[in-house]
Design a protein around this ligand. Sequence first.
Ligand code: NI
Length: 227
Amino acid sequence: MMLHLPNVLTPEEVQQAQTLLASAPWADGRKGAGEQARQVKNNEQLDHDCAQAQTIRGMVLHALERSPLFFSAALPKRVFPPRLNRYGGDSNYYGDHIDGAVRYMPDTGQRLRTDVSCTIFLSEPDSYDGGELCIADTFGEQAVKLSAGHMILYPGTSLHQVAPVTRGYRLACFFWIESMVRSDEQRRLLYELDMNLLALRQQYGETDETTALTGVYHNLLRMWADT
Ligand code: NI
């Protein structure tokens, strides 16, 4: 499932992130990348420990907590500490790749399976040319370029690339989620059930049917979730 979540960050938070990133110590994104990634990756990233990364990471994690849509779509068990990257100048693309299946959390060393990938755009789309996140999956190939503060969520299994940025700079925050529900297909069913229940409640209030279907939701989640 690919999902666009608008306004995950407020305009004020986007502004704060942009200001912090303007003076951040960008480093070669190939540092620590695997063999295949090194061959196609040409961007810049911030180290996990740098002050700007810490502040923005906290802001993003806080924003995720206030998003019921994010929770419903990702059913997070563990969230990888959000990272920051920049495309522009001589470091302006990341060719086709599939993200590594297992990552180690920077602070705890704990393993995380990358079931879901997320990118939050931090630059306004008219401030740079190119830089589309192109995602190929069962839904075909999609070129994604969103307003600053908006997020795209997509299956970690997808082949994807960031197209070359030919003008300006593309700033983004990216991270992965290990979901309580490993299967993308099952997560999608739960998400659709949840969203339609929400709409039914808004239209008709609580009814015997919404109560029963909410029970179905939780019983499916109980059957599929690994907590
Ligand atoms: Ni990737």
